[in-house]
Design a protein around this ligand. Structure first.
Ligand code: ATP
Ligand code: MG
Length: 250
């Protein structure tokens, strides 16, 4: 479904992707981990069309999308959330999701309302439909970010740290929403997350990025156990804790 073919990207002296190749199939659930600044969010930018690679190609359903805008890629079925949620703060929760249903999924009229209502119900936001998005708590903002992405009717959903800053029970709720969305819509998901535990509960494949390169790709616990991945992970205390937790659970 998605193929990245030797994409490279630099910001001055910082390399965020170095001849990076990757492929994801329909219905896959792939986690992405890596230290801060590894190039994870930049990778999403190059998949979604927010960021142009310096070299290489992005293909979706066998079609080259490298030169297409984010709005066009969204219509083709690539939906994403942002690490820092970007709702229209002055609009209500419902209106935010409605905009995504119209602009992203291309629905009109009654179909837009029906899609927005369905997504709100599915993400547990129906009771908050009338609330201004600027007046939501953190978990609700994360839910709305997920709802907005789902309302674009993606076939490939890119999640950028949707679990960050949440408590364990809140993370579990979010994981359940994502699992339900996958079961319902058969979506492929690529999920960047520092909360490794949330990932290992959801994904069957884990990719570790560091310095714009893939340093691990495979079954989650096996990837986390490889020396190259341990080396980049143990660099940060939070990640080391996460790793210990996951191993304890396993
Ligand atoms: N638009 C930009 N202009 C200049 N440098 C950028 C830009 N976007 C990202 N960078 C730099 O590229 C590197 C990778 O950034 P990126 O956001 O992709 O990392 P990340 O893996 O998502 O990190 P984090 O875990 O902190 O979210 C960082 O050093 C960042 O400062
Ligand atoms: Mg990031």
């Amino acid at each position: 479904m998605l193929e990245l073919d030797r994409i490279s990207k630099r910001f001055g002296r910082v390399t965020v992707a170095e001849e990076l190749s990757l492929s994801v199939r329909h219905g896959d659930a792939v986690g992405v981990v890596g230290p801060n600044g590894a190039g994870k969010t930049s990778l999403f930018g190059m998949i979604s069309g927010d960021l142009a690679p310096d070299a290489g190609e992005v293909r979706f359903d066998g079609r080259r999308v490298t030169a297409l805008d984010a709005s066009v890629r969204c219509r083709l079925g690539i939906g994403r959330t942002y690490q820092v949620p970007r709702p229209f703060t002055g609009l209500s929760v419902f209106e935010n999701v409605l905009v995504a249903a119209q602009q992203g999924a291309g629905t009109r009229g009654r179909a837009s309302y029906a899609l927005a209502a369905e997504v709100l119900a599915g993400t547990g936001l129906a009771d908050l439909a009338g609330r201004p998005a600027g007046r939501l708590g953190l978990l609700q903002r994360k839910r709305l970010e997920l709802a907005r992405a789902l309302a674009t009717r993606p076939r490939l959903l890119l999640l950028d740290e949707v679990a960050g800053g949440l408590t364990d029970p809140e993370v579990a709720e979010l994981v359940a929403l994502i699992t339900a969305a996958r079961a319902r819509d058969g979506l492929a998901v690529i999920w960047i997350e520092h909360v490794v535990r949330a990932l290992t509960a959801t994904v069957d494949r884990l990719i570790c990025l560091a310095g714009g390169r893939v340093v691990g790709d495979g079954r989650p616990l096996e990837v986390l156990a490889t020396p190259a991945v341990r080396e980049v992970f143990l660099g940060t205390e939070a990640s080391a804790d996460a790793l210990t937790e996951v191993e304890r659970d396993a």
